[in-house]
Ligand binder design. Structure first.
Ligand SMILES: [Fe+2]
Length: 139
C-alpha cells in the first residue's frame, strides 16, 4: 500500500540525504500496508524498530553533514530531531504492550506529517544555506 511518495519537491540537494528520506517514506508505506492488512503485533513491532533505527542513522548523518558545513542552526535542528526520536520511542514502548496496530496508526500518520513538514520547512533551510554559500557537500 503506497500512501506517500517522495518527489523532487522534497529534495534537499544532497543525494545521500534524499536517499535516506526516500527510505523513510518506504518504511512508513510498509507500516500503512500492515495496518491495511490488519497485521498481528510482531510484524508491526519489527517495522517500528526499523523506523526508529533508520531515523537514528539518518539524523546522525544529517547532523554530521550540518556540522561539517558549519551550519548555524545545527543545535536547534538537533532538538527537533531528538523530539521525534523521543516520541517514536514512547510509541514503541506503547506498541510493545499489545494492540500494536492502534499505535501503528498514530506512528504512521504523525510520522508522515512530521517527515513532510520537517523536510519542507526545516531541512530545506540547510539546502538554502548550501546554495547561498556555494558549498560542495561531500558525505
Ligand atoms: Fe532534519
Amino acid at each position: 500500500m503506497r500512501v506517500c511518495e517522495w518527489n523532487q519537491d522534497y529534495s534537499v540537494g544532497v543525494t545521500i540525504l534524499d536517499r535516506h528520506h526516500k527510505r523513510l517514506f518506504e518504511i512508513l508505506n510498509k507500516l500503512f500496508t500492515l495496518m491495511d492488512e490488519g497485521s498481528e503485533d510482531r510484524p508491526i513491532l519489527n517495522v517500528i524498530d526499523e523506523l526508529i533505527d533508520y531515523t537514528h542513522y539518518h539524523f546522525e548523518q544529517e547532523e554530521e553533514m550540518m556540522a561539517k558545513i558549519a551550519y548555524p542552526d545545527l543545535e536547534q535542528h538537533k532538538i527537533l530531531h531528538k523530539e521525534l526520536i523521543d516520541q517514536l520511542t514512547d510509541f514503541a514502548k506503547e506498541a510493545q504492550n499489545g494492540m500494536a496496530i492502534f499505535v501503528a496508526i498514530k506512528i504512521a500518520t504523525i510520522g508522515l506529517e512530521w517527515l513532510k513538514n520537517h523536510i519542507l520547512a526545516v531541512d530545506h533551510k540547510y539546502h538554502e544555506y548550501i546554495k547561498a554559500h556555494g558549498i560542495e557537500v561531500n558525505i
